[in-house]
Design a protein around this ligand. Structure first.
Ligand SMILES: [Cu+2]
Length: 185
C-alpha cells in the first residue's frame, strides 16, 4: 500500500513539474539570416511573448547578429564574428534577460555588423511583458471597488476585464478580481 502511495506521489510530482515546464517554456521563433542572398533578416521585425526564444539561422554567408542599431551596439547579445550559412544563434528573451539588458519599451533593435549601415540589414524584437496587476483596471495601485465597478461596466465584453480570456467578462472574472483584492504586488 505504501509503495502505491509513493508511486502516486511520484507521478503527481513528476506531472506537476512537467506542466510547470510547459507553461514556462516559451515559443521558438525562427528568423532567417540573409535568405536568398539578400541583406535582410526575415522576418525583420518580430513581436514575441516574454520567455520566447529567437532562433536565427544563417542562410547566407558573412553575416552576424549584433544588438543595437548600426554603429551603436548595446552588448545585450552578439552572435560573434560574421559567419556562414548553417550557423544558428539563439537568445531567450526571459525576465532574466530583460533585467540584465533593460531597454525602452522592451524593444531590442539588432543589426548585421558588416551590412547594417551599408545595406540596412537590421531587425528588431519586441518583447510583450504581461501586466503585473491586470486586475487593477483603473491603474490606481489597488484592486478595489472602482475596479469592481469597472468590471461590471465591461460585463459581457472581451475587454481588459476578461482576465481568463474566455471571450467575455463573467462570474469567473469577478472571482479572479476578488481573489486579487487589495494592493497590487
Ligand atoms: Cu550581413
Amino acid at each position: 500500500m505504501k509503495s502505491v502511495k509513493v508511486g502516486i506521489y511520484a507521478a503527481v510530482t513528476c506531472c506537476t513539474i512537467y506542466m510547470a515546464h510547459m507553461v514556462l517554456a516559451g515559443t521558438i521563433h525562427d528568423v532567417a539570416v540573409g535568405p536568398g542572398g539578400s541583406f535582410t533578416f526575415s522576418p525583420g521585425d518580430i513581436v514575441i511573448d516574454l520567455g520566447d526564444t529567437i532562433r536565427w539561422t544563417w542562410e547566407g554567408d558573412g553575416h552576424n547578429v549584433d544588438s543595437g542599431i548600426p554603429g551603436a551596439p548595446t552588448g545585450a547579445f552578439l552572435s560573434g564574428p560574421p559567419a556562414d550559412a548553417g550557423t544558428v544563434f539563439e537568445v531567450v528573451f526571459d525576465q532574466n534577460f530583460l533585467d540584465e539588458n533593460p531597454i525602452v519599451d522592451d524593444l531590442y533593435d539588432y543589426h548585421c555588423h558588416p551590412h547594417g549601415k551599408l545595406f540596412g540589414m537590421v531587425g528588431s524584437v519586441q518583447v510583450l511583458v504581461p501586466a503585473s496587476c491586470p486586475w487593477d483596471l483603473d491603474s490606481s495601485g489597488n484592486v478595489n471597488t472602482y475596479d469592481l465597478l469597472a468590471l461590471f461596466a465591461l460585463w459581457g465584453t472581451a475587454g481588459p476585464a476578461d482576465f481568463d480570456e474566455s471571450g467575455s467578462v463573467n462570474t469567473s472574472d469577478l472571482l479572479i478580481l476578488f481573489a486579487n483584492w487589495g494592493p497590487c504586488p
